[in-house]
Design a protein around this ligand. Structure first.
Ligand SMILES: NC(=O)c1ccc[n+]([C@@H]2O[C@H](COP(=O)([O-])OP(=O)(O)OC[C@H]3O[C@@H](n4cnc5c(N)ncnc54)[C@H](O)[C@@H]3O)[C@@H](O)[C@H]2O)c1
Length: 448
């Protein structure tokens, strides 16, 4: 992306008209909680808690200027009223039936928007059981020809746009976690990936077909799961060729969110780490999918990388060289979507004396993920209007395994990620970056 191609301030296209939100995995717990939540907020029944775009503010200029607008008033974001939802699932249940199955929201909330949710019906999915072994749905596109699947998905997008008279669309993968794949030759360039699709290569995952269809249809793509999907050189190049932003991967919620809040604090104080043991019990469909070892391996890799990048053992060998890090997820149906994540953190302080931290986070998986989806959709639509393409590292804030340029390491620290996000918004709107340093303050005591 070249700076001169970026639109700034007044040049940024206004978010006029309707924005389509296309969700592979439409019938999942996360998707339905997101869609239902937006509708409840639109009707004034509930608050968009957890959403930076809806509730967050941004400081501008010096502290004495007292300029702290709401983010949504500072930058031109699409209005919630303009969002239109659609997508695909391997089960034909409409969004109301699927949300009832997920058992995340209360009966009161569900009944208030029953009519609205019942009208959102999934399109047939591009699916292969080779990639999600513990699920088997029948609401799928026929045959196994991958090229035909890509073309059928593109046709779905075209029809969705036309039927709802949409001005713009964003696609966000909220489908199940697919089995672990390594980046290999077929994933290296757009040409090799297209050839692999034509040859029905077994290592082209269904999520990649959706991403290809999105990019070829001019639609930004976000990956909420830890699958490779767009995190391969072929897709990054394709996104650049089509001038489309992409982002991923794996929503940062629950235990990993806590980890990326705690670990930077320990490092800031130069406290050492002996070990970090994390375990979860989870009883929703995601838990069932992750009960398969190949899907779990995809998730495990995403969860494990976090500490390594935050603690930088190569820079602080005496504090972080040999810590033991273990993550497990146990499928336990009685808890449904209400996950429990335990962390046992063994740290050491002054002169090496040991201490312990225990975290028991009784969280709600989809309640934590839904506001992230909303923010990502709105920010990716902004990115598209601004002219940003390729990997959107400024959105790392939302991901467990942020996609990053091959010559740079990813930024995992939640607080650095937030600063990066807000500074990007300031830059786009022609405001100065906030560094928290002001020479005047030291020279004559003026506040900054
Ligand atoms: N909830 C969280 O906090 C969280 C955090 C990070 C990542 N995620 C990821 O988000 C995704 C969704 O989570 P969830 O709890 O809603 O899971 P879920 O199992 O309830 O929903 C996933 C849906 O995807 C559908 N699906 C699977 N393959 C598909 C395909 N090829 N095309 C279309 N639909 C397909 C399934 O039928 C299911 O309805 C998972 O990959 C999960 O790992 C969730």
């Amino acid at each position: 992306m070249r700076e001169e191609n970026l639109k700034r301030k007044e040049q940024i296209e206004k978010p006029e008209g309707r924005l389509g939100v296309l969700v592979p995995g439409l019938g999942g717990a996360v998707s339905t909680t997101f869609i239902a939540g937006v509708e409840l907020v639109r009707r004034g029944i509930a608050e968009p808690v957890g959403s930076l775009t809806q509730l967050g503010t941004i400081r501008l200029g010096k502290r004495f200027e007292h300029r702290v607008p709401r983010i949504k008033e500072f930058i031109p974001l699409a209005s919630l009223d303009d969002l239109v939802f659609g997508g695909w699932d391997i089960y034909e249940a409409n969004a109301y039936e699927a949300a009832m199955y997920a058992r995340v929201l209360s009966r009161d909330h569900m009944e208030a928007i029953k009519g609205f949710l019942s009208g959102i019906v999934p399109m047939k999915a591009a699916f292969s059981r080779q990639f999600v072994k513990n699920l088997d749905g029948v609401h799928v596109k026929p045959g196994g020809d991958l090229r035909q699947h890509v073309e059928a998905l593109k046709e779905d997008i075209r029809r969705f746009r036309e039927d709802h008279q949409l001005d713009r669309c964003v696609m966000i993968w909220c489908g199940s976690t697919e089995v672990h794949l390594q980046v290999e030759d077929i994933h290296q360039s757009p040409q090799s990936l297209r050839r692999a699709v034509d040859q029905n290569h077994p290592h082209v995952a269904p999520s990649m077909l959706y991403a290809m269809a999105a990019l070829e249809s001019g639609v930004p793509f976000i990956n909420g799961a830890p699958n490779l999907t767009v995190d391969i050189p072929a897709m990054v190049q394709m996104a650049r060729e089509h001038n489309i932003p992409i982002a991923g991967k794996d929503f940062k919620t629950g235990q990993t969110l806590m980890k990326t809040i705690l670990a930077p604090g320990l490092k800031a104080r130069m406290l050492g780490l002996e070990g970090w043991y994390s375990t979860n019990i989870l009883g929703n469909r995601d838990g069932l999918v992750l009960d398969d070892k190949d899907s779990f391996k995809t998730k495990e890799e995403s969860k494990l990388s976090v500490l390594e990048y935050i603690l930088q053992p190569q820079l602080y060998p005496s504090l972080y060289k040999n810590y033991y890090h273990k993550v497990t997820i146990n499928y336990y149906p009685p808890r449904g979507d209400n996950k429990e994540g335990w962390d046992c953190v063994d740290i050491f302080g002054w002169l090496g004396y040991p201490m312990q931290i225990k975290v028991d986070f009784l969280c709600r998986d989809s309640i934590l993920a839904a506001p992230l989806i909303l923010d990502l959709v709105l920010f990716m639509d902004l990115a598209q209007r601004v002219g940003m393409s390729g990997i959107q590292e400024w959105l790392s804030f939302y991901f467990k395994s942020p996609m990053h340029k091959s010559n740079l390491y990813p930024e995992y620290d939640l607080f650095i990620q937030l600063m990066k996000l807000k500074n990007t918004l300031r830059y786009l709107m022609g405001e100065e970056q906030i560094t928290h340093f002001g020479l005047d303050y030291y020279m004559n005591g003026e506040t900054q």
